[in-house]
Design a protein around this ligand. Sequence first.
Ligand SMILES: C[S@@+](CC[C@H](N)C(=O)[O-])C[C@H]1O[C@@H](n2cnc3c(N)ncnc32)[C@H](O)[C@@H]1O
Length: 204
Amino acid sequence: MSSSADARLFTPAVARNKDVIAETLLPRLGQGAQILEIASGSGEHAVHFCTLRPDLNWHPTNREEEQINSVNSWRKEATDKIAPCRHLDVTLHPWEITADYDAIFNANMIHISPWEVTLGLFEGAKAALKPGGQIFLYGPYKVNGEHTAPSNAEFDRWLKDKNPDFGVRDIAAVQKVAASHGIAHQTSIPMPANNFIQVFCLPS
Ligand SMILES: C[S@@+](CC[C@H](N)C(=O)[O-])C[C@H]1O[C@@H](n2cnc3c(N)ncnc32)[C@H](O)[C@@H]1O
């Protein structure tokens, strides 16, 4: 693909959730913060958030080349505070990144991937973040082993049909993985459409 080709992907879910995520996430990010985004997908979240907050230094990553190309197409339209999208598979350690990040943002990944991906996410995050750095995970969760809505139970069945290792995670199980790396669960923020933003924090 030539560098001038338009490789932008358009994700309907992002069009629906980008405003509500921005309202919750952006006030929690410090001025000029360095943000590592894991599984940036199309890049539409990065562009939306950095258009609203041009002070942020956003570092997108993706595992798939098609998505890397999409982010790099989208970022041409946006602030120069979005870095070129880099390859990152969170299960491959150590992560090929060098900076100390203030925060990690990751949307809709840990249920659409095997459990090893959640394990890899927290292992890598511990090394990638500054002391006191935060992790923001957006998506659906079970609470006390129960789905929070019938539509999430149906979604969970659909995910497991697709791959038995996929599935809506219980927040307690994710907290346990975080705790095994000394990462505390700070808060669980209910979001529209039966989603949450889960906030985790490294010790200062
Ligand atoms: C449903 S998409 C979400 C993309 C984007 N965050 C969004 O909200 O539109 C799930 C993403 O998880 C990524 N993913 C799955 N396993 C991964 C891994 N081991 N390392 C990094 N990304 C992974 C996929 O490549 C895909 O981009």
